[in-house]
Write a protein that binds this ligand. Structure first.
Ligand SMILES: Cc1cc2nc3c(=O)[nH]c(=O)nc-3n(C[C@H](O)[C@H](O)[C@H](O)COP(=O)(O)OP(=O)(O)OC[C@H]3O[C@@H](n4cnc5c(N)ncnc54)[C@H](O)[C@@H]3O)c2cc1C
Length: 492
């Protein structure tokens, strides 16, 4: 079944939405729609009959209820920074017969309440992550989740993808940071649960269905998020190591010595650092020699507590003495700390400048990760001769970006076109066989749906489909993302 199962929005529906939302909230002008129809990685372009932008909860509920009555497909969108084309209205209708309504949440950007006493902030779905950080800093708190797309990613998108980022090691992903959710369910009814409760055992935790639901179970309009005390001081270190196993040993040792102070533990292989130094201006090698593996560590202390730098220095000296670490440097200033983070955060960009790569965002149990990376790299090269695997990222969370670049010196675009899908299926199968996840933090979206459906445990998939049918029987919410379009669409 194709997306043609969805009716095109009728002229009456479009007129109703235009009347209710006004010119700021409704457009069918191709120039207004165009920037939002292609995904961030420029892999998919979709089509939509209108761009609908509610300004408040009432308007959001009106949009969903009106679409539900007619069975019209809705594609929620926040900052459109999805790595898996989750917010791209592709496969629903066509350019000449667009059938989806693209629901932008960017106008709902009020921070309704910040409470230092509750350690909580209530933010609407369209609040951009960087703005949220700034708002809570004003009351000496921080929201402990950050990622390189923080200038675009919105609260609604972060909730709906269960985003991770660089502080999961200490604070967990969005699932651990969302205290409450306000959402419009697919029939237009409201789920109002913004109270910042730390304990609530009234049966099923419905907010957890919406977290990571990728917009398939409802439209998130606001969330209550957990805050933690502001940082007193941070220390950033760059560490050279012989093996990935040593990196894991170092992580556990630092945790023993520094406790919860370690917030980020990011792995960068020699090849990754070389790519950054080659392609990214104003970067320089942090250590005198090149090491097979590097780790960036960030540890923080709270205000008033003893700065952490001396303790990290002592722990690293001990690690060098025991042969666990080859060399290390500690940033002496905020500028140096930023320069070290730049080496890590520019890696994806450096990789892109070097050529195309089939990208994977995989998780296995933390202790298995060094072995998995080695085994998977060997298996990929055996199966796809010349392919160049590179693994980097959130080792502390058991999550790396395991990307496969084309053989050196060839026509990488042709290689990619011929092999990328097979490479990805192969990698996703390897990680599934290893008991891991083929999507650690980016979600399934549209780009990974086929592999997810092919490789998912049947019981898991059936339960997800049952939940989808129960909450969204007409399949109007984000068809084609996460779950198969044919299953999600209304019965013929
Ligand atoms: C440079 C870069 C770095 C990144 N780094 C990380 C990282 O470290 N960790 C990580 O986890 N992700 C990362 N991402 C991915 C991305 O930033 C996250 O997935 C983010 O949560 C998406 O937010 P968004 O507002 O852009 O959502 P969108 O891309 O607009 O949407 C994402 C999904 O959520 C749904 N959605 C959006 N808003 C709503 C809503 N209000 N209600 C219901 N559904 C909604 C969409 O339909 C879609 O399925 C990165 C992306 C980029 C471009």
């Amino acid at each position: 079944m194709s997306g043609m199962a969805y009716p095109a929005p009728s002229a009456a529906l479009l007129a109703t939405l235009r009347d209710r939302l006004g010119p700021a909230g409704f457009s069918t002008d191709p120039a207004d729609l165009a920037p939002w129809l292609t995904d961030w990685r420029r892999r998919l372009t979709g089509s939509a009959a209108a761009l609908v932008s509610p300004a408040n909860l009432e308007e959001a509920a009106f949009v969903v209820a009106a679409a539900a009555t007619d069975g019209v497909a809705l594609v929620p969108q926040g900052g459109n920074s999805s790595m898996v084309a989750g917010a791209t209205p592709a496969g629903i209708g066509s350019d000449s017969d667009p059938r989806a309504l693209l629901v932008s949440m960017r106008r709902m950007r009020t921070i309704r309440r910040v409470s230092a006493d509750d350690n909580a902030v209530v933010a609407e779905a369209g609040v951009v992550l960087a703005d949220l950080h700034a708002a809570v800093e004003a009351v000496d708190r921080r929201f402990p989740l950050s990622l390189a797309a923080k200038g675009n990613a919105t609260v609604g998108g972060l909730v709906s993808t269960n985003a991770g980022g660089t502080q999961v090691l200490r604070f967990g992903p969005m699932r651990a940071l969302v205290l409450g959710i306000e959402a419009v369910l697919p029939d237009g009814s409201l789920l109002q649960g913004l109270a910042p409760l730390r304990k609530d055992n009234r049966g099923y935790d419905l907010k957890q269905l919406l977290i990571g639901g990728e917009g398939t179970l409802g439209l998130v309009t606001a969330a209550t998020l957990r805050l933690v005390p502001a940082i007193g001081a941070r220390t950033v270190a760059w560490i050279g190591l012989h093996t990935a196993e040593d990196a894991l040993g170092l992580l556990r040792m630092l945790e023993d010595r520094l406790g919860e102070a370690v917030e980020s533990f990011e792995l960068v292989p020699a090849e990754g650092l070389a790519l950054v130094l080659r392609h990214i201006p104003d970067t320089r090698t942090p250590l005198a020699a090149a090491w097979p593996w590097n780790v960036l560590v960030e540890a923080v202390s709270s205000p008033g507590a003893e700065p952490i730098a001396a303790r990290i220095e002592a722990a690293l000296a001990e690690a060098i003495e025991h042969g666990l670490v080859g060399d290390a440097t500690i940033a002496a200033s905020e500028a140096q700390a930023d320069a070290l983070w730049k080496l890590r955060e520019s890696l994806s960009e450096a990789e892109a400048r070097d050529g195309v790569a089939a990208k994977h965002d995989v998780a296995v149990p933390v202790a298995d990760m060094p072995g998995f990376m080695a085994r998977a790299a060997t298996a990929v090269v055996e199966r796809f001769p010349g392919a160049r695997p590179i693994a980097f990222g959130h080792l502390g969370d058991g999550n790396v970006h395991f990307n496969i670049r084309s053989p050196a010196g060839g026509d990488d675009k042709a290689w990619f076109a011929a092999n990328a899908a097979a490479v990805s299926r192969f990698v996703h199968a390897l990680v599934t066989e290893a008991g891991g996840s083929m999507s650690a933090e980016h979600g399934i979206g549209r780009l990974k749906r086929a592999d997810f459906v092919a490789l998912a445990d049947p019981a898991r998939l059936a339960a997800m489909m049952a939940i989808k049918r129960a909450l969204d029987p007409r399949g109007i919410m984000n068809p084609g993302a996460l779950l198969p379009l044919a299953e999600a669409a209304p019965p013929p």
